[in-house]
Design a protein around this ligand. Structure first.
Ligand SMILES: NC(=O)c1ccc[n+]([C@@H]2O[C@H](COP(=O)([O-])OP(=O)(O)OC[C@H]3O[C@@H](n4cnc5c(N)ncnc54)[C@H](OP(=O)(O)O)[C@@H]3O)[C@@H](O)[C@H]2O)c1
Length: 281
């Protein structure tokens, strides 16, 4: 399928990565089912690309809307080649600072939203015998930050699910890519980063420090979402796409640091840990 026009379904197309990717895919000559909680935000794109965009209302936490969006895509274009689970937002706070409701809502969006989308689209791709699922994680979904226990935890879980689906879906010609961006210049820090309900003085030196760091880079994040969008298109067009696509120098550095610390820890404790096997094993 590499090279021929594709049908994409993208969640969270209103701003940031989702918006940049929607625009880049349209420029590339492919077709998009661009979904958003407020699809009227995509009006301007319909004027420019009347034949290759269909906008659909979709809040990924609403399972009926998930199925309606997939059905609308099939009714309009007959197939889905690429699913991009991009919709998501941050929650910053120590584990005891965030409320139960904040935890639930963050997992419902960042993890269960993507799971419901995959479960709705996998049967379509399996019947086609082809497809590509792109799940927007974060570098915090591999190497977490203080204050991101829930946000990073949801992304870690999404990566775990994605790793297994990658293997399960491969025999049907379906590919899976996890995208792990570092800080990119989107609305993420500005309006998509919810703060903990019960902030505590005790967490100022740790979580407070990270929040301060984020506020200092707001608007100056090194990552360019347009370049990220074009890179994702190149990856989808490639013969052997990676399971993990780490985006930006910051994320690459954090990823390597984590691998090194994992290796060091594994080596340091290997002798003791290996002794837990039965003698006859
Ligand atoms: N920017 C970064 O530095 C960065 C780094 C790592 C990972 N990410 C990930 O990248 C993805 C996109 O974020 P962004 O950086 O592009 O930020 P953004 O510009 O704020 O975009 C977030 C998008 O998610 C949508 N969204 C949130 N909750 C939703 C829901 N329940 N249903 C449907 N859509 C929903 C938003 O829609 P509304 O307009 O309706 O709110 C918006 O379109 C997220 O998954 C985020 O975790 C971002």
């Amino acid at each position: 399928m590499a090279g021929s026009p594709k049908i994409w379904l993208i969640t969270g197309s209103s701003t940031g990565f989702g918006r940049s990717l929607t625009e880049a895919v349209l420029k590339h000559g492919d077709t998009v089912i661009a979904t958003a909680r407020k699809p009227e935000q995509l009006e301007e794109l319909i004027q420019h690309y009347p034949d290759t965009i269909k906008t659909v209302r979709l809040d990924v936490t609403q399972i009926q809307e998930v199925h309606d969006a997939v059905n609308a895509a099939i009714a309009a274009f007959g197939r889905i080649d690429v699913l991009v689970n991009n919709a998501g937002y941050g929650l910053i706070g120590a584990l005891e600072e965030v409320s139960d409701e904040q935890i639930q809502r963050n997992f419902d969006t960042n993890l269960f939203g993507a799971i419901h989308m995959m479960r709705a689209v996998l049967p379509v791709m399996r019947q086609q015998g082809s497809g590509h699922i792109v799940n927007m994680s974060a570098i915090a979904g591999f190497s977490n930050e203080l204050g991101f226990s829930i946000y990073g935890g949801a992304k870690f879980a999404l990566e775990g699910v994605s790793e297994a689906v990658h293997g399960e879906a491969a025999p049907f010609g379906i590919k899976v890519t996890i995208v792990e961006p570092g800080p990119f210049r989107t609305d993420f820090i500005g309006r998509s980063l919810v703060q903990a309900e019960h902030q505590m003085e005790e967490y100022q030196p740790t979580v407070g420090k990270f929040l301060h760091f984020l506020s200092t880079i707001e608007g100056k994040q090194p990552g360019d979402p347009v370049k990220a969008a074009n890179t994702i298109i190149q990856v989808v067009e490639s013969e052997n796409p990676p399971l993990r696509l780490v985006l930006g120098k910051y994320a690459y550095h954090k990823f390597r640091e984590k691998i090194e610390s994992l290796t060091q820890e594994l080596d340091a404790w290997e002798t003791l840990a290996a002794n837990t096997d039965f003698e006859d094993a």
